[in-house]
Design a binder for this molecule. Structure first.
Ligand code: SF4
Ligand code: SF4
Length: 308
């Protein structure tokens, strides 16, 4: 299945070189977002100054009609009236025209860097696919108590950004996803994703937690670095986005032995879906930003720092 962002690319093909892959440099990418726009071949238009610009990517998205302003203060593009050539023309439904860049960006990595990049891009009017390998965005920062060196509350900084992502109609959060391949060139790239099953319908789940209370299987809690236990079905953490439960398929008694089913019995929302299967999807985007974050490693390998 090929997914393509709505929008009506109208700028000339990009002239910039490079492989189309950008690395975020931390949680503040204010200087990076305009660079993305430039590389995509969309020079700042009237929308960047607060006025409508239906030629900008994302302008064909229905919710743009709300006239919502981006968090950066730059105006969100406004769709043209029905019937007027422009944002809602048949071109938009069909998507990209040959040789023109795609008005969407894929951000790979749902930590604070990827979250901030997505918000900045959305503020510029781009359609954003925020791809995360775990069941929720938030990355490592949501597991921390304090941030260094200011000793600020980590979740107090991150949680509002996560809520903003969840409510931003220009951003589509794709969890439990792995990037299999990236092909193409800046302005027209195809990204193949492997989407792993959650076994819970995100659109139905209310995050009530009733299923977790009845689940008999305990597993190490990834949110607490395995230092405590959680249930096989659980909402990853209270501020998770999406705030839906997820089932650890390899530990679930129903999925491995055909027994139990307690979660199905107690779920009032009918959200459990044991028919969920791994699948692949291809997304057409103009640019990919890699925000992979980090993992703890064995410090004894770094003897030059005095470990080991
Ligand atoms: S799966 Fe059902 S019971 Fe579990 S949190 Fe979601 S809505 Fe509640
Ligand atoms: S069916 Fe699986 S996820 Fe549901 S309660 Fe039983 S062990 Fe837990």
């Amino acid at each position: 299945m090929v997914r393509q962002a709505p929008g009506r690319p109208a700028a000339p093909p990009p002239q910039a070189g490079g492989d189309g892959l950008m690395m975020t440099g931390g949680d503040d990418v204010k200087g990076g977002a305009p660079e993305v726009a430039s590389t995509l071949g969309f020079p700042p238009g009237p929308a960047a100054a607060g006025g409508p610009d239906r030629n900008r990517p994302g302008s064909g998205v229905g919710h743009a009609e709300k006239g919502k302003r981006g968090r950066t203060g730059r105006g969100r593009a406004t769709a043209s009236p029905a019937g007027e050539p422009g944002a809602n023309s048949p071109d938009d439904a069909g998507g990209m025209r040959e040789g023109f860049p795609v008005g969407a960006v894929m951000v790979v990595g749902g930590g604070v860097g990827g979250i901030q990049a997505s918000l900045e891009l959305s503020g510029l009017g781009y359609r954003v696919y925020l791809v995360e390998s775990s069941p929720s965005i938030g990355g490592v920062m949501d597991m921390l108590d304090k941030t260094f060196p200011t000793n600020e509350c980590s979740m107090c900084i991150l949680s509002p950004k996560m809520v903003e992502v969840a409510s931003d109609l220009n951003i589509e959060v794709i969890t439990l996803a792995d990037v299999l391949s990236v092909e193409g060139e800046p302005g027209d790239m195809s990204v193949r994703l492997r989407l792993r099953p959650r076994y819970v319908d995100v659109g139905k789940c209310t995050g009530c937690g009733a299923c977790s209370e009845k689940c008999p299987v305990r597993i190490p809690d990834p949110y607490n670095a395995g230092l405590s236990d959680t249930r096989c079905i659980r909402v990853p953490f209270p501020q998770a986005v999406p705030g839906a439960a997820v089932i650890e398929g390899s530990a679930c008694r129903w999925l491995t032995k055909g027994k139990c089913g307690n979660c199905v019995k107690v779920c009032q929302a009918d959200a459990i879906n044991f028919q969920d299967r791994e699948r692949e999807e291809v997304y057409r985007v103009g640019m990919v930003i890699a925000a992979p974050g980090y993992r703890p490693f064995d410090a004894s390998r770094k003897t030059e720092y005095g470990y080991g």
